[in-house]
Structure formats: structure tokens, C-alpha cells
Design a protein around this ligand. Structure first.
Ligand SMILES: C[S@@+](CC[C@H](N)C(=O)[O-])C[C@H]1O[C@@H](n2cnc3c(N)ncnc32)[C@H](O)[C@@H]1O
Length: 114
């Protein structure tokens, strides 16, 4: 909340209650919340437009990171975008991804097949 969300969107989509911010029920109703263990078998995944796993891969060893990026790649739509933490990268893990700047963020997309 304190890292760049413009006040217009903060007030439009969230309500403050005590120390917490709550997403508006109308937006929540459009979202299906499920948990996923990134390690191991994923089972069925719908095609993904956007993936945010900021500061999640920092926990994993190189082989696990490679496996996660490979599984993500299989689920991403061609225009799909992956956001990682600022200290994370796909570099030296999976050459299929390419990085570009989107504002202050780095966005990873899958390179088009040659
Ligand atoms: C440092 S927090 C980052 C949280 C949030 N993405 C952020 O940037 O503020 C790391 C997150 O990784 C999640 N995590 C750790 N191991 C995981 C796994 N095997 N599968 C899915 N998520 C995992 C934890 O539940 C935790 O929410």
C-alpha cells in the first residue's frame, strides 16, 4: 500500500479498517483465491496472463527455480507477463524469458519462437 499505489486507486478499490486495507467486495467477487505449492506437481492450471511471485523464488535452490520457470512457461499465454522481486531474475535459469522495463518494474515475457 505504501509502495506506489496511487491514492486514486487506493481509495477506489480498498477500504481502511484499523491497521489493514481491505479489497472492495465487488473486486473480490471477481477473483478466485486458491493456494498453490510452487514446488512439485501443479495439476491443472488455467492459461495465465499475469503472474506475480515477488520474493518467492528467493527460498529455492537453482534447480527448483528452473523447474518453476519451466512450469510457468507452459501455462503462460503468449502475451503473459511475469513479475519477480527486484533481486530476482530469470537470467541463467531459463533462456526462454526476456526482460523489459515497465515503469519501475521489470517484466518477464516469453521470447517468441524463432
Ligand atoms: C517474502 S514473502 C513475499 C510475499 C509477497 N509476494 C511480497 O512480495 O510481499 C515469500 C512468500 O513466498 C511464499 N512461498 C514460500 N514457499 C512457497 C511455495 N513452495 N509455494 C508457494 N508459495 C511459497 C510464502 O508463503 C510467502 O508468502
Amino acid at each position: 500500500m505504501s509502495r506506489g499505489l496511487p491514492p486514486l486507486y487506493l481509495n477506489k478499490y480498498f477500504k481502511s479498517q484499523g491497521d489493514a486495507w481491505h479489497l472492495n467486495p465487488e473486486v473480490k467477487a471477481m477473483v478466485e483465491f486458491r493456494s498453490l505449492n510452487l514446488v512439485g506437481q501443479w495439476g491443472f492450471m488455467p492459461p495465465l496472463d499475469l503472474v506475480f511471485i515477488r520474493n518467492v523464488m528467493i527460498y529455492f535452490d537453482t534447480e527448483t527455480k528452473k523447474a518453476i520457470l519451466k512450469k510457468l512457461r507452459a501455462c503462460m499465454l503468449p502475451h503473459g507477463a511475469l513479475f519477480l522481486g527486484s533481486a530476482e531474475t530469470t537470467m541463467n535459469l531459463d533462456p526462454a524469458w526476456t526482460a523489459s522495463q515497465y515503469g519501475n518494474a521489470t517484466v518477464y515475457t516469453i521470447k517468441a519462437a524463432a
